[in-house]
Design a protein around this ligand. Structure first.
Ligand code: URA
Length: 236
């Protein structure tokens, strides 16, 4: 692939805009030698305005999503892409969220441009655990763990029951829920089916990958070791 196309795919601009960047001498190698639009691609050795390039395709990031941002590209309000470098929404292949968290849910959100990886993460076959911590409006009744573990709970307007889920009681109005699927508003609807209401929802972990000390609103690129951890079955 020609360098000009690679930079356009990374979101540095349209092909025309990127062609101008070459003409202006803004694209160099690591030693500062000017590069040309049809030079062969050596990603790690390219600089734009002296800065290394954004990561090449095969990019997966983890974001600590704050409340108030939606996972949609079209929402007129704040979106999770506002928390990432502006170039990230112009990339090709596109960076997509892996599933969604509701506007007011906080926690671990994955984004990737790798379609096969995305499908592997969301596929029920992977049985990847999604760990949620919920603050509830009312005290737990005591029968929720059995109801959620039953494998027979049917949510309104659905035709198949939920897979068994694990509930750990963390306090009178606090619970951890471990799911192996991701239906629309699933946690909120599960607690609604148990006569309760979720007031705040946080996802600290997906598979074996936890937010750890990543601050809210921050993100980081995942490496191969992180992806191994993601698919390892370590749970709290
Ligand atoms: N379940 C929900 O209800 N909301 C989320 O954001 C994620 C899971």
């Amino acid at each position: 692939m020609k360098l000009v196309k690679h930079l356009a795919n990374l979101g540095y601009g349209s092909r025309k805009e990127v062609a101008w960047m070459f003409r202006e001498g803004r694209v160099t190698d690591a030693q500062g030698e000017v590069l040309y639009a049809d030079d062969p691609l050596d990603h790690a050795n390219v600089r734009v305005d002296g800065e290394p390039l954004d990561p090449p395709p095969g990019l997966t990031v983890m974001l600590h999503k704050p409340a108030g941002h939606t996972c949609s590209m079209k929402d007129p309000g704040r979106i999770v892409f506002d928390l990432l470098p502006p170039r990230f929404r112009l990339r090709s292949p596109a960076l997509s969220t892996v599933g969604r968290l509701d506007r007011d849910t906080t926690g671990l959100l994955l984004l990737t441009d790798d379609g096969a990886l995305l499908h592997r993460i969301v596929s029920p076959k992977s049985k990847l655990a999604k760990v949620y911590e919920a603050e509830l409006a009312q005290d737990l009744r005591g029968d929720e763990a059995a109801l959620f573990a039953s494998g027979t709970l049917m949510l309104e307007s659905e035709t198949t029951p939920l897979l068994p889920a694990r509930l750990d009681v963390l306090g009178p109005r606090r619970a951890r829920l471990v799911l192996h699927e991701g239906r629309y508003h699933q946690v909120r609807r599960m607690f609604a089916a148990a006569g309760n209401h979720v007031q705040a929802l946080h996802r600290p972990q997906v598979g074996g990958l936890a937010l750890d000390d990543l601050p809210e609103g921050h993100w980081r690129v995942l490496d191969a070791a992180d992806l191994d951890r993601l698919f390892s079955p370590e749970l709290p």
